[in-house]
Design a protein around this ligand. Structure first.
Ligand SMILES: [Fe+2]
Ligand SMILES: [Fe+2]
Length: 243
């Protein structure tokens, strides 16, 4: 007599894979929450920036969209979206989410072009609200459907998403390292650059002591472009001068 699964029962292997999917789904939802909080913080800073500081606040917001939001969007189109579009009833939704990615990119360009600060701030607000609704739709419909689908390995899709969400160029985020370790790693990364090459340094305090150290030890051999100057994150494009 052949064994048949009782109605409602789940094979042990399938249960374990659904459990893994649920864990991956939670990580994706948390990541969306962090992206949204980061965008909201910079959008509020732009709206509240004094006349003298608004272009720095705009630069910080644009850098965040370029380095976090858009790479994430590109990454999910070839991973989560591709798989979700194969699930029953999700193809049209995935299509509209792709259109929203395009609209997010267009709004980013519009924020970059806006001339009066108030115009830039209101476009940034529109971008934020679009992203808020967009991420919510992804969480509620796409991520949940992928997690519940026994034939989907969400864990490995998430790994691929991370792999493909790297922004263009190298990023060295030292925020989670002890201070002594940070300097060693930053110098080692800089030493490894080819002439004319650069990387984006991300830190949780102003890296200006590093600037003075490089000026003293490697005068004229490095480039230093501040992309975002606080108050919580500092981003500097650090390069090796072309020889
Ligand atoms: Fe998206
Ligand atoms: Fe997303």
């Amino acid at each position: 007599m052949t064994e048949e699964a009782r109605p409602g029962s789940v094979e042990p292997g399938r249960e374990a894979s659904l459990e893994r999917n649920r864990g991956a789904a939670q990580r994706i939802v948390r990541h969306h929450g962090r992206l949204l909080a980061g965008l909201e913080e910079r959008s509020l800073e732009l709206a509240a920036a004094p006349e003298a500081g608004w272009s720095d606040a705009r630069r910080a917001l644009l850098a965040y969209v370029d380095e976090e939001i858009l790479p994430h969007a590109r990454g999910e189109e070839t991973t989560l979206y591709r798989r979700a579009a194969e699930l029953p009833g999700l193809a049209l939704l995935v299509h509209s989410l792709r259109l929203e990615h395009l609209r997010i990119g267009e709004l980013r360009e519009a924020v970059g072009r806006a001339v009066p600060p108030v115009e830039a701030a209101s476009l940034a607000r529109a971008l934020l609200e679009l992203f808020r609704l967009h991420a919510e739709k992804e969480n509620v419909y796409v991520v949940a459907a992928l997690a519940d689908d026994g034939a989907t390995d969400l864990e490995s899709l998430l790994g691929e998403l991370h792999e493909r969400s790297r922004p263009d160029g190298r990023v060295l985020d030292v925020r989670h390292l002890p201070p002594a370790e940070r300097h060693r790693l930053i110098f080692a990364t800089w030493e490894g650059l080819a002439p004319g090459d650069s990387f984006l340094l991300v830190n949780d305090h102003d890296p200006v002591p590093l600037y003075y150290q490089l000026s003293a030890e490697r005068p004229g051999r490095f480039t230093w472009d501040v992309v975002e100057a606080g108050p919580t994150v500092w981003r500097v494009r650090l390069g090796r001068s072309a020889e």
